[in-house]
Ligand binder design. Structure first.
Ligand code: AHR
Length: 691
């Protein structure tokens, strides 16, 4: 029966008898051409996108426990309190004869009588989590006139001391002191207390406290549990440092990578543009110490075996905010920053920036292969600036692949302009597309990269950077569920369904990443996010497990699939919500029908397994007849990884982190054609071993 006739018949029957029931009963057949492998799957397909939003860096992945360690916040005393145990003195913020010009403020203790201690306490990011038996590294920059030590202690919420260190040898010139404190007991809400013990004047700056146990035990490192949660995704790449943070609210506020390397005392702090980017979620104390800077980023990437993908500012600030542009004749320093970043990553130890990397303990190249020019910039202003960077980078580093933006949305005028440019000579290897849309959009758009819909048809254009036309990077996406944008099972399954299309078309869509990655509970500017954390706990959303299932099961080659069965009426889906992002409103809602089943398949050559990806975003179970064509002999024992919990509104939380997590099943196959019923709102990965 033709699809058209089936649709008419189906619509008529649905009208008479209730669409949901009928849709569930429509038989679906999935044929997988195991004997006719297709194109190779991009090894970079599944990665992550890190941006310092939702306190992802300071107070998040960066393991520093002290907030506002350099007193550089606009309100210098944020997170600090004065401690006076029967003494007499004062604490002031000073700037004269500072540690260095990038770190102009410091705290001065003027103590007339120390009593049992006079000084400062830092309360971290809502209290410091301390683990019994662990070592903590305290370091300070200090100078003073009092010829007596400072006492640094960890105290729990009741004031009980968990460990102390005596900071001795203070001189009248600035000096760094560093000691270990071993914690005698645990605390979730501890503070670091630094007390003078004698009358006199003491200046303090860059007061830092780190757990010794960071990810891979790196100095100035990352929070072990959070870094591990990212590593567990096995991401093929990590895009960094954003996001709008690259752009800044204005150009002065933009991300400048040279501020983010070297001694932490020499990194010029910046305010975070997410302080006021979302009016309803002000975060006035949100700053970037850049402690997690470009060296730490490259090192983390190397530690987890991913590829780096840095994004550089293109001479444009946020187009939602100040829209500030660097004049075209003043782009040189921006371009030079981009070239220097590549040299910092890859340059020989004899080069200026390669030598800086070497001095940081990493003489080997970080093997950077990709660079993003601008975040999600749009319009003619972008396409005047982008080629200046592209030309300079191509001239100096012809092997580096260029990643361009395409604006904040897809299908709108900005995106159309971008693809017109790329189809007519604008040099790019990969174009970064973003879509934050309702779950329905993801169901309607799962085929958007099928060859017939590609916006730069292979036969049409030869790209000046080689190849036929730029590839696609689905660089920021997430299904935004109705109302409160809950990271629900419904949203996750819509993403899983959409990603079957990314995998099937992974000759064209070569990279993808969900966004944003991290969210500190109680401190978010943007939801949903992939991984949530507080000071001691971490959990992945249902969407996290979709990303993990795709990443862990990424095949080497795609196998063609064919779904036979009536398409499903849009009536079966919950009402469409209005998306609130993008330079322009969403285009009108068009499709009337969507596929019955979302499927992709591939072959994992090393494991010698056929891998099927099957998403059922509907409220009814879906019975599927699966035929593995040309399969040859296969082992009867297959494995299924099934993500569902039954209720589309379900989500994970700190209390129930495993509410929606994949469970593994074994299944016995007796023939190359078999039946499988997909649970409502489920995503299934089937791994079938060949013999
Ligand atoms: O992921 C959140 C924001 O969404 C990013 O900063 C920006 O690139 C996009 O608009």
């Amino acid at each position: 029966m033709s699809t058209g006739l089936y649709r008419i018949l189906w619509t008529a029957v649905a009208a008479l008898s209730g669409a949901a029931v009928i849709a569930a009963e429509i038989p679906v057949k999935l044929s997988v051409e195991v004997g006719r492998p297709g194109h190779a799957v991009s090894p970079l397909l599944h990665g992550v996108f890190f941006e310092d939003i939702n306190y992802a860096a300071d107070g998040g992945l960066y393991a520093e426990l002290v907030q506002n360690r350099s007193f550089e916040h606009a309100d210098s005393f944020v997170a600090w309190g004065i401690v006076n145990r029967g003494g007499d003195g004062q604490v002031t913020i000073e700037t004269s004869d500072a540690l260095n010009s990038k770190n102009p403020h410091y705290a001065r203790l003027t103590v007339r009588d120390p009593g049992k201690g006079f000084g400062l306490a830092n309360y971290g990011f809502g209290g410091m989590p301390i683990t019994a038996g662990e070592d903590y590294i305290i370091s300070v920059r200090v100078r003073g006139t009092a010829n007596s030590p400072l006492i640094a202690s960890l105290e729990d919420e009741t004031g009980r001391t968990l460990g102390t260190a005596k900071l001795e040898g203070i001189e009248t010139r600035w000096k760094k002191l560093e000691l270990l404190i071993n914690a005698s007991g645990p605390a979730t809400d501890a503070r670091l207390v630094v007390l003078a013990t004698a009358p006199g004047r003491t200046d303090l700056d860059v007061i830092s406290l780190f757990p010794k146990n960071t990810f891979k035990q790196r100095r100035n490192g990352l929070r072990a549990d959070l870094a591990q949660k990212i590593a567990d995704l096995k991401p093929a790449f990590m895009r960094f440092p954003g996001g709008c943070i690259v752009e800044g609210k204005d150009l002065a506020n933009r991300y400048q990578w040279k501020d983010t390397i070297g001694d932490i005392a020499e990194r010029r702090q910046n305010w975070n543009r997410w302080q006021d980017a979302i009016e309803s979620r002000p975060a006035p104390q949100y700053y970037q110490t850049y402690g997690l800077g470009f060296f730490e980023y490259f090192q983390f990437i190397e530690d987890i075996g991913a590829e780096p993908l840095p994004i550089v500012n293109v001479g444009m600030s946020c187009q939602y905010q100040s829209k500030e542009l660097a004049p075209l004749d003043k782009l040189d320093s921006y371009v030079q920053d981009a070239l220097d970043l590549i040299e910092f990553a890859n340059g020989p130890i004899t080069s200026k920036w390669g030598a800086r990397r070497t001095a940081m303990g990493h003489p080997a190249s970080f093997n950077l292969k990709y660079i993003g020019i601008g975040n999600e910039q749009w319009g003619e202003e972008y396409f005047e600036r982008y080629p200046v960077f592209a030309k300079a980078i191509r001239a100096r580093y012809p092997d580096i692949h260029l990643v361009s933006g395409a604006g904040p949305g897809v299908d709108d005028k900005s995106w159309q302009l971008a693809w017109r440019k790329f189809s007519s000579g604008m040099p790019a290897h990969v174009v970064d597309e973003h879509y934050y849309r309702p779950p329905q959009w993801f169901l309607e758009n799962a085929n958007r990269y099928d060859p017939q819909y590609r916006n730069c048809p292979i036969e049409k254009t030869a790209s000046p950077v080689g190849g036929s036309c730029p590839k696609v990077f689905a660089g920021e996406f997430a299904a935004h569920d109705t109302g409160d944008r809950k990271p629900s099972l419904r949203a996750a399954i819509a993403e899983a369904a959409f990603m079957t299309g990314l995998l099937r078309n992974s000759d064209h869509v070569v990279m993808s990443s969900y966004a944003p990655l991290l969210a500190r509970a109680g401190a978010t500017q943007w939801t949903p996010d992939l991984i949530w954390f507080d000071n001691t706990r971490v959990y992945g959303t249902a969407s996290y497990y979709v990303q993990a299932l795709y990443s862990h099961n990424r095949p080497d080659v795609v196998l063609p699939v064919k779904v036979e069965g009536a398409p499903v009426s849009m009536d079966l889906l919950p009402p469409r919500t209005v998306a609130t992002y993008g330079a322009e409103p969403l285009p009108p809602f068009k499709p009337e029908f969507i596929p019955t089943l979302y499927a992709a398949a591939g072959q994992d050559k090393r494991a010698r397994e056929t891998v099927l990806f099957l998403a059922n975003p509907f409220a009814e179970p879906r019975a599927v007849t699966i035929e593995l064509r040309g399969a040859g002999a296969f082992a009867p024992q297959a494995r299924a990884f099934v993500l569902t919990s039954g209720n589309p509104d379900d989500a994970n939380s700190f209390e129930s982190p495993s509410n929606v997590t994949p469970r593994e099943e074994r299944l016995a196959l007796s023939s190359a054609t078999f039946e499988r019923t997909l649970a409502p709102y489920s995503f299934t990965v089937l791994r079938i071993p060949q013999q």
